[in-house]
Ligand binder design. Structure first.
Ligand code: ADP
Ligand code: MG
Length: 412
């Protein structure tokens, strides 16, 4: 497997097919996909559609029944799977760390197998802990049970990257952590990838995650058949068919909030005063505006503080000490998602919008944003998809596909 300057290697899937023994139809049916060196491609689809099977055929944890995988141009379906896997990082849901080994020992697994000298392994382990945001001094000798889910997941990623493989496969890597941690880990992965430019294939059932971390996204239907393979914007704005639009709808509105801008919604005018106005004048202004709150601007016209009636009566002469400092502002180019984030962080339900040089131009409130969200949610089919059940273990007897097949036949 040859490395490219991008740090990654291209992956080509050619007519890749998997029949599990005894199954009436393939779990993966004739999938062809070209993944460029250094890009992150996300395979997203409903539970049981064949995502994991597809991914594991790339490192041959599962042997294909038909078709071919090329990595960096080389056909890897013929080479020794153990050797192959040493050149491919693999990270899974709930990290899969060995509980009796320390963090450092877990990370060192592949370098040990490759026979790296001890000093090099130690240096690499420190470097990786740092890379995934864990203080080496603190975490080096801990055991997995002494870590939170998110920390374990970070160690899992560090382990997958240990031998600096050109390819990283990730199977629902953030599926087992809480939403806040998941969001942070996704941000970290994006940051990491900007530095490393590995070729990453990530599998998820979470469409929001797919469009967030993917350079390109393959939406898969049953038997891993590709419904659409494109950049996130194209999938969101131009879903190929009803299946894809159903899936796009299924992640709720946040993803479309990423495509809409503050300039697209109503920006209201708010009563403002500047720091040079006398408090009495401010109070008058507040009364005449009929609101409870006023925005104090600094001498350059930038949002400075939110002032309420009570703040003013207490201020007595100095506005500098009154009110609540403005924490976040957004520009007209910010996404609605950023705006919503800012509004929700600030418990009073509005965010100031700024223009050139950070100057105040208006305010967007939570109602306006929620109206946009509701508009976007109308077509949403979140429930229908989320309530589908994924078999916990590969089952003997009837497969998911078989049960689906039976249903389809009954309907027909
Ligand atoms: P996903 O990762 O998208 O949830 P999988 O690739 O795990 O889907 O599974 C695809 C299909 O193959 C499912 O119908 C599943 O039940 C079946 N399957 C997975 N592993 C096995 C196995 N070892 N033996 C038989 N069937 C399997
Ligand atoms: Mg899976």
């Amino acid at each position: 497997m040859s490395e490219t300057p991008a740090g990654g290697a291209a992956i080509e899937l050619e007519h890749l097919t998997k029949w599990y023994p005894g199954s009436p139809r393939p779990a993966v049916d004739d999938v062809s996909l070209e993944i460029r060196a250094g890009e992150t491609v996300v395979l997203v689809g409903p539970p049981g559609c064949g995502k994991s099977t597809t991914l594991r055929m790339i490192n041959r944890l599962i042997e294909p029944t038909g078709g071919r995988v090329r990595i960096g141009g080389e056909d890897v379906t013929g080479i020794d799977p153990v050797r192959l896997r040493r050149g491919i990082g693999y990270a899974i849901r709930s990290a899969g760390l060995f509980p009796h080994m320390t963090v450092a020992q877990n990370i060192a697994l592949v370098p040990e197998m490759l026979g790296w000298p001890g000093a090099r392994i130690r240096a690499r382990t420190e470097e990786l802990l740092d890379l995934v945001g864990l203080d080496p001094g603190e975490f080096h000798d801990r055991y997995p049970r002494q870590l939170s889910g998110g920390q374990q997941q970070r160690v899992g990623v560090a382990r997958a990257l240990a031998a600096d493989p050109p390819v990283l496969l990730m199977d629902e890597p953030f599926g087992a952590v809480d939403p806040v941690t998941r969001d942070r880990l996704q941000d970290e992965l994006i940051r990491l990838q900007r530095e490393l430019r590995k070729t990453i294939v990530l599998v998820t059932r979470d469409f929001d995650e797919a469009i967030k971390v993917g350079d390109r996204v393959a939406v898969l239907r049953e038997r891993s058949r590709i419904a659409q393979f494109d950049v996130p914007e194209a999938i969101l704005t131009n879903p190929a068919d009803a299946f894809v639009s159903g899936f796009v709808g299924a992640g709720a509105a946040l993803k479309r909030l990423n495509l809409s801008r503050v300039r697209d919604v109503e920006i209201t005018d708010y009563p403002t005063v500047t720091v040079d106005d006398p408090p009495q004048g401010v109070l008058d202004r507040l009364r005449s505006s009929g609101t409870d709150e006023i925005l104090l601007l600094d001498r350059r016209g930038r949002p400075y503080k939110w002032l309420r009636r009570g703040d003013l009566t207490r201020a007595r002469g100095s506005l500098a000490r009154a009110g609540t400092p403005v924490h976040g502002t957004v520009t007209r180019d910010a996404t609605l998602r950023d705006a919503l984030e800012a509004v929700l962080t600030d418990s009073s339900g509005r965010v100031a919008v700024t223009g050139r040089y950070g100057r105040y131009t208006g305010v967007v409130d939570v109602e306006t944003l929620m109206n946009s969200v509701h508009g976007l949610l109308e077509a949403d089919r979140l429930d229908a998809l989320e309530h589908r059940h994924e078999p916990a273990e590969p089952r003997a007897g009837r497969t998911h596909a078989e049960r689906e097949g039976v249903e389809v036949e009954r309907k027909a």
